[in-house]
Design a protein around this ligand. Structure first.
Ligand code: LMR
Length: 333
């Protein structure tokens, strides 16, 4: 039995497809490391509660050495109690033909109650990652609903886009995806996001010197990454689950451990105006995690006219989403 204090992770939508794909890896030590105990607070609603009982049985049946406690509940106060991390997955997924922001009316209100319950029950330094869509604006709603917590501890997931972008660049270059680094996802986890190939590297060289087909980079690559979620929905008849769970866990790991020198990872955080972006929207940036667990936005990346025009589009969408959500919920965002 490991001796470190357990990290307590609260997961909403714990018995759903993404939750199911995530929690066994959390419990196994695959995220926080082989000497780090974890406790899980698993949260479900209504019909999901029965399935959650089965998930708890399966966790017992795994006899994970690092798993110290499992709380399974439909109550947000109990669910977020003493959490170090909240992984907000539970939300209605989009269907074929929808944009993620079409879910704002259905999902947005969930994050008001969750933000409030997190603020009242979780640890004061709790970190919150929002996966449920539209995740950037849902994260903003949760942040604004959680008085007393630290703004810099709220995140929305753009890592799935980063992983997708790396795989597409690797395929085109004919290299393994591990050779592709530093793909920043700017802006919204939506079809306006900008997967930045101009600052990416392939085998240590600028991606644009390895892949010189500018039309492919600017149109095919950017468009395919922007639409990948919809393409998966068309093929599966359901939205991505295993890859979304994987990206959520990649995000947790990247925010927990220091970022290797010269690299970065993508995640959306509350804009304070870096790179000229409107403050007060949850904007996807390249981040570095420091040794003390805090993070910084990578500064000084060159952005050409093409990049700037793409970033302006996704910024505008996030400003509009914020206004739509504020009006629908009757709150200040
Ligand atoms: C994804 O990117 O696969 C998820 O955000 C689900 C979706 O609606 O696309």
């Amino acid at each position: 039995m490991a001796t470190k204090t357990p990290i307590r992770i609260a997961v909403t939508g714990a018995a759903g497809n993404i939750g199911y794909a995530a929690i066994f890896r959390l419990a196994s030590g695959a995220v926080f490391g082989p000497d780090q105990p974890v406790a899980l607070n698993l949260i479900e609603v209504g019909p999901g509660l029965n399935a959650l009982n089965g998930v708890v049985m399966e966790l017992e049946d795994c006899a994970f050495p690092l798993l110290t406690e499992v709380v399974a509940t439909g109550d947000l106060n109990e669910g977020f109690k003493d959490a170090d991390w909240c992984l907000l997955i539970g939300a209605v997924p989009r269907k074929d033909g929808m944009e993620r922001k079409d879910l704002l009316g259905i999902n947005g209100k969930i994050f008001v109650g969750q933000g409030d319950a997190i603020a009242r029950n979780a640890k004061k330094n709790v970190k919150v990652l929002v996966v449920g869509n539209p995740c950037n604006t849902n994260a903003l709603i949760a942040l604004r609903s959680s008085a007393g917590l630290r703004e810099e501890n709220f995140f929305a997931m753009t890592r799935l886009d980063e992983n997708r972008a790396k795989s597409q660049l690797a395929k085109k270059a004919g290299v393994h995806h591990s050779a592709v680094k530093n793909v920043a996802i700017w802006g919204n986890h939506s079809s306006t996001q900008y997967p930045d190939f101009t600052n990416a590297t392939i085998q240590g060289k600028p991606a644009t010197t390895v892949i010189t087909d500018q039309a492919w980079l600017k149109d095919t690559f950017v468009g395919d990454v922007q639409k990948r979620g919809a393409t998966v929905i068309k093929a599966r008849g359901a939205s991505s689950a295993a890859s979304a769970a994987n990206a959520a866990l990649d995000t947790l790991r990247s925010l927990h451990f220091p970022t290797p020198a010269g690299e970065w990872h993508s995640v959306a955080v509350l804009s304070k105006g870096d790179y000229g972006i409107t403050p007060g929207i949850m904007f996807g940036y390249p981040l570095r995690t420091k040794a003390d667990g805090s993070w910084e936005i990578v500064q000084g990346l060159p952005l050409d006219e093409f990049s700037r025009s793409k970033i302006a589009i996704t910024e505008k969408e996030l400003i509009e989403e914020r206004a739509t959500a504020a009006e629908a919920l009757g709150i200040k965002l």
